[in-house]
Design a protein around this ligand. Structure first.
Ligand SMILES: Cc1ncc(COP(=O)(O)O)c(C=O)c1O
Length: 473
């Protein structure tokens, strides 16, 4: 290690059971906690440390990203990487103690880390960055004075038109660009819907288990979530009708129920639409990854059957492009466009012009369709590779539910095990996982671990991760 690191950080131990990245992480954390490294001190660049230690760049990057995610270090561009200024040294927590349910700190569901098995992330290595950069440069160069004013509240007309065309072709939704509104992603869209259509105390059907941010966001609005069970055909509409026939809204994930991955059957789709029409209720269709189906063509959206104008269709670019883009859209029933105008003029229109312009060109020039096709093939392969690699190591101890679509797997292990404890140990070991219990609106749910396969590029890599999982179990 360099003189700076050498004098401050204990050498690595090749015989230790901990992986190298973990040892590096521990060494830096200990040195910071004990005051050997002080706030503002510069630490070696990842490149320099890679060369010095003769380890792979990925190992160093993993250690540094964990340190950065936990606020110990900060990258300062040209000025290098430093111990976070103002950081108060404190004793490191040795291990995350196993937590009983109840004490568990639920994951944020907006994780900004990039760990193996990280949920919610598309395959980051596959994104056509060069094309994106080229489109970005072109739009930045050709920016006109009119582009420098506030973007329109409903989004750039060009992007709205591209989205409407894409939805018509790919998701079977017959809508005009006037019905399409650009948002900063699904959660933003749901907040706008709540402002426009809900009031405190209203009851809303929520899938149980279901995407936690939906539950949390509506909870913040004082809306009462009614947990409705999900079975192999999706949300059990009859149960919703029994529990809360006069609810104001249902939020559903018909393409691939989140997280169980089942598709909402046609009889259930029709029953849900009938209920909404009869009760004057709204349906929010969260179509977050409808494009990614591996056994057949993607299913048409629920919105494509919405003759009565009760469905608000929320799409997002978080999965098909990347979550950092913060871009999504909402398709409003034609008769509701006016009703939403006031809310949008006050609370929308915040997606930067440049982001929208690049996205519009990306779709218009065919890159979007090509990217989705490429990713569908890639995910089918990575899903197989991940299942194969995990099975190679864990064999019959492991049961894997691999739904027909989506971007994650549901793992269950034989014998006694606690998903929450395993998740805590995985985080400690630099792996990501989520416990099914954290996705429950009510009840415990089945003991299961959710992991994503999107960034696991080979069977060998999956087997390597499987070995680490086996050790943690
Ligand atoms: C069920 C579900 N809905 C929506 C989203 C996307 O949310 P956003 O557009 O706010 O990033 C995700 C992303 O992980 C998701 O899993």
């Amino acid at each position: 290690m360099s003189s700076r690191t050498n004098s401050t950080i204990r050498p690595l131990d090749p015989r230790a059971t901990e992986s190298y990245y973990r040892q590096i992480y521990d060494r830096f954390r200990d040195a910071i906690a004990s005051g050997v490294l002080k706030p503002g001190d510069r630490i070696p660049s990842a490149r320099a440390l890679t060369q010095e230690l003769g380890l792979s760049r990925g190992t160093i990057d993993t250690a540094y990203s964990l340190l950065a995610a936990e606020g110990y270090i900060e990258a300062r561009g040209q000025a290098g990487t430093v111990v976070t200024p103002g950081l108060k040294p404190r004793a490191p927590v040795a291990v995350v103690p196993p937590r009983a349910r109840g004490d568990t700190v639920a994951p944020s569901f907006r994780a900004d880390s990039i760990l193996p098995f990280q949920m919610g992330l598309p395959a980051l290595d596959m994104f056509p960055r060069k094309i994106w950069a080229r489109l970005g440069a072109r739009h930045a160069r050709s920016m006109q004075p009119a582009d420098m004013a506030n973007p329109p509240a409903f989004g750039l007309p060009g992007l709205r038109a591209q989205i409407a065309t894409y939805l018509r072709v790919s998701r079977g939704i017959d809508c005009s660009s006037e019905q399409v509104v650009v948002t900063a992603g699904y959660r933003h869209a749901l907040g706008l819907i709540a402002r426009a259509l809900l009031k405190e105390g209203d009851r809303v059907w929520l899938e149980n288990p279901g995407y936690p941010p939906t539950r949390d966001l509506l909870g913040q609005w004082g809306v009462a979530g009614v947990p409705v069970p999900v079975d192999h055909e999706g949300i059990v509409v009859a149960e919703g009708l029994r529990l809360a026939p006069t609810a104001r809204m249902a939020v559903v994930t018909p393409a691939h129920q989140s997280p169980l991955g089942v598709s909402l059957s046609l009889p259930r789709r029709l029953a849900l639409l009938d209920w909404a029409a009869d009760a004057g209720a709204w349906i929010v269709e969260d179509d977050y990854d409808g494009e990614y189906r591996y056994v057949s063509r993607p299913l048409p959206a629920l919105k494509s059957l919405d003759g009565e104008g009760r469905v608000l269709y929320a799409g997002t670019f978080s999965k098909v492009l990347f979550p950092g883009i913060r871009l999504g859209y909402l398709v409003l029933p034609e008769a509701q466009v006016q009703r939403f105008a006031e809310v949008f003029h006050t609370f929308a229109g915040d997606t930067p012009w440049l982001t929208q312009a690049i996205a519009a060109a990306f779709v218009a020039e065919g890159h979007f369709a090509r990217h989705i096709q490429k990713m569908r093939r890639c995910y089918a392969e990575r899903r197989e590779a991940t299942i194969g690699g995990l099975k190679d190591v864990l064999g019959d101890r492991l049961r894997i539910d691999s739904p027909p679509g989506g971007m994650h797997l549901i793992l269950r292990f034989e014998g006694r095990w606690s998903p929450e404890q395993l998740v805590a140990r995985m985080r400690e070991d630099g792996l990501y996982g989520e416990a099914m219990a954290d996705w429950m609106v009510e009840g415990e749910g089945m003991p299961a671990l959710l992991v994503s396969f999107t960034n696991i590029a080979s069977r060998a890599r999956a087997a390597e991760l499987g070995t680490r999982l086996a050790r943690l179990l």
